[in-house]
Design a protein around this ligand. Sequence first.
Ligand SMILES: Cc1cc2nc3c(=O)[nH]c(=O)nc-3n(C[C@H](O)[C@H](O)[C@H](O)COP(=O)(O)OP(=O)(O)OC[C@H]3O[C@@H](n4cnc5c(N)ncnc54)[C@H](O)[C@@H]3O)c2cc1C
Length: 400
Amino acid sequence: MSADVAIIGAGYTGLSTARYLAASGVEPVVIEASRIGWGASGRNGGVVSGKFRIGFAEMARRWDLETARRMHDLGIEAIDHVGETIEELGIKGADYRPTGSLRCAHNQVALDALRAEADWLTGTLGDQAISMLGPEEMKAETGSRDFPGGMLNRHGGVIHPLNYVLGMARALAGQGIRIYCETPVTRLGRTADGIELHTDRGVVRARQVVIATNGYSDLTPATDAVRRRLIPFRSAMIATELLDRPMLEHDRSYTETRRMMRWFRKAGGRLVYGGRGAFGKADSAAAFAALEKAMRRQFPQLAGVAVTHRWSGLVGMTMDSLPHLSRLDDRVTFSLGYNGTGVALASMIGRHAARMVLGQKTDAGLLTSEALRPVPFYEIREPAVRLVAGYYQFLDAIGR
Ligand SMILES: Cc1cc2nc3c(=O)[nH]c(=O)nc-3n(C[C@H](O)[C@H](O)[C@H](O)COP(=O)(O)OP(=O)(O)OC[C@H]3O[C@@H](n4cnc5c(N)ncnc54)[C@H](O)[C@@H]3O)c2cc1C
């Protein structure tokens, strides 16, 4: 089988890239090891956000104001793109609600930092969607007395993540774009005029390849080159049975300011609560129990409400905390490393990735200007992640 461009991975990144390549008159094929959305795209928290792991003020300090502004614009572009995609592709059941997000300060130090950030965003970037809430408003918003204040960001909202990715795939298939599931790419090989993707079901020949495997880049050796530049980090979620009491009436996403961040939202009439998952290859009962304990401490009103669903997935972290869209060489492009915030960005990045594949110039801010560095001491990354996470938990516990 042959195509102009072969894309590895049928999550938001892979499907978005296929969409924009096809719109440019190029024939893509998407090859997925498992099912559509089987990676993070089908199992995430559905928080539609335009933020990055590095704050915009910090970007202005490390790079310059223009860079921070470009990244802020990119985040808004990604959020807007979610609504446009649902409309243009006629995606049913994505249930996108642009209700914004609320960052909940877990102590006074965190609140002061949020206030400084809000002042900077409104004063320097002119972002009028940002405002601060006091303790009473936080109680009214969250039902919890845990938070002395918070920062409301009216950009973004919440979505049904699996229906979004499935709807995207259905629309692309309807346009005649080929998507092959249950077909892991096991090896990449060079030919005189292109590249071969080896699978157990045959070989796909293409002129260009796009790697869109993010936190799942260690499934096979085909994506070894990017695997060594990512740290997969397990993110876990639990959901309660259907709630019989009102909660989180504004229907936003809510995140805590702790370094080992916990977040929550309502979805399908349940409370969904997320945070760090187990270290290593598999889920652990202890990580889910820790999440449930934190949820019940924060929301004592959930006494008697059972947790009925528990699951986790892998996010792709990078050494510089930034996502990256770049080329490995003249044949292979990759986009990955969303550091846990990829619903909006990964589903928009195909716009830029398609241009890069076609050899056109594209500006996705730091995503395209910074190089993706390898993870030093890759073999000991798991104990290193454990060590850093333990240190962050310690800082959270002592209120720093
Ligand atoms: C539990 C959890 C909660 C999250 N919550 C949020 C949130 O609320 N908001 C937010 O913005 N982001 C969130 N994220 C992050 C977000 O889901 C990801 O950034 C985004 O889905 C990345 O999409 P992707 O298409 O790049 O990768 P993925 O969706 O992970 O897709 C990669 C695909 O590549 C396939 N693959 C891998 N190797 C091969 C191979 N050799 N051959 C063929 N196919 C292969 C995999 O099977 C997989 O389907 C969360 C992530 C997790 C895990």
